[in-house]
Design a protein around this ligand. Structure first.
Ligand code: NDP
Length: 257
């Protein structure tokens, strides 16, 4: 197979949670451009519909399915409907994530509700989707699980311990799943640095904070969401056929400094 063909995802079916905005939408778009059928999902009907249209603009199929990853019934129905419609599932990207203000601060400041929501979406949501994905990915001969963590899954970040706990958990969970599922299914995790999305609007609007992040980043800028699509397409594809259990940092050099 030529190196170009190794990146071709034609015939594969992908689910991207939180695939309707920011990084997730860019990932859904990238997977569709590489030929995959993609189901981008989230809790907002208008965004899900817009993302479906964006995927279909690449000439591949899609479905609009509303899913809250904290709702077990929603998750079951997402996987069942996708598999029933397209005959299987080959790629799952657990991307949905939050970092609510109620979970920001030192441990003594953090609201326990903010802590619960962060863990519920970022870690338990990914775990439940992974559980539902298991039979389908096992049935596929190209099964690939990709979790979106953060540099906060690799190092500590001040005043964000619930988010950091959830993302460290996601990195560890992915490495364990890679062992449990080998050699049939590959499982990898990506740790993005600072990306220009809704999640970082407040950071980017604060001149001092924005500049301190840029100064700390060897590539001197925030990432565009589209810069996460290539790494995901790679990990989903045959080009990564010997890659499992890896945490790939995509952070402009942030964790190397
Ligand atoms: P955005 O806030 O731009 O998008 C988050 C997406 O997740 C939206 O589609 C949102 O849709 C969806 N979502 C949130 N909660 C739920 C839920 N309970 N169920 C289903 N979908 C949900 O965030 P980003 O694109 O920036 O982040 C994407 C991922 O990348 C997250 O896991 C984040 O932690 C991670 N990340 C982001 C970084 C950054 O700098 N931006 C850096 C490192 C990691 P809706 O609200 O409509 O449900």
């Amino acid at each position: 197979m030529s190196i170009i063909d190794q990146f071709d995802l034609t015939g594969r079916v992908a689910i991207v949670t939180g695939g309707t905005r920011g990084i997730g939408l860019a990932i859904a778009d990238g997977l569709a451009a590489a030929g995959a059928t993609v189901v981008p999902t989230s809790r907002t009907a208008s965004d899900v519909e817009a993302a479906r249209k964006r995927v279909e603009s690449h000439g591949v199929e899609s479905l609009a399915i509303l899913t809250d990853v904290t709702d077990d019934g929603d998750i079951e129905s997402l996987f069942e409907r996708t598999a029933n419609t397209f005959g299987g599932i080959d790629i799952v990207v657990n991307n949905a994530g939050v970092n609510p203000s109620a979970a920001l601060g030192c441990p003594e400041d953090v609201d326990s509700e903010g802590y619960d929501v962060t863990l519920d979406v970022n870690l338990r949501g990914a775990f439940r989707c992974t559980q539902e994905a298991a039979p389908y990915l096992n049935e596929s001969d190209k099964g690939s699980l990709i979790n979106i963590a953060s540099v906060g899954g690799v190092v500590g970040l001040p005043r964000q311990h619930p988010y950091v706990a959830s993302k460290h958990g996601l990195v560890g969970m992915t490495k364990s799943i890679a062992l449990d599922w080998a050699p049939e299914v590959r499982a990898n995790v990506i740790a993005p640095g600072y990306v220009a999305t809704d999640l970082t609007t407040e950071l980017r609007e604060n001149d001092k904070l924005r500049q301190s992040i840029i100064n700390r980043t060897p590539l001197d800028r925030f990432a565009d969401p589209e810069e996460l699509a290539g790494p995901v397409v790679f990990l989903a594809s045959d080009a990564a056929s010997y890659v499992t259990g890896t945490c790939l940092t995509v952070d402009g050099g942030w964790t190397s400094k």
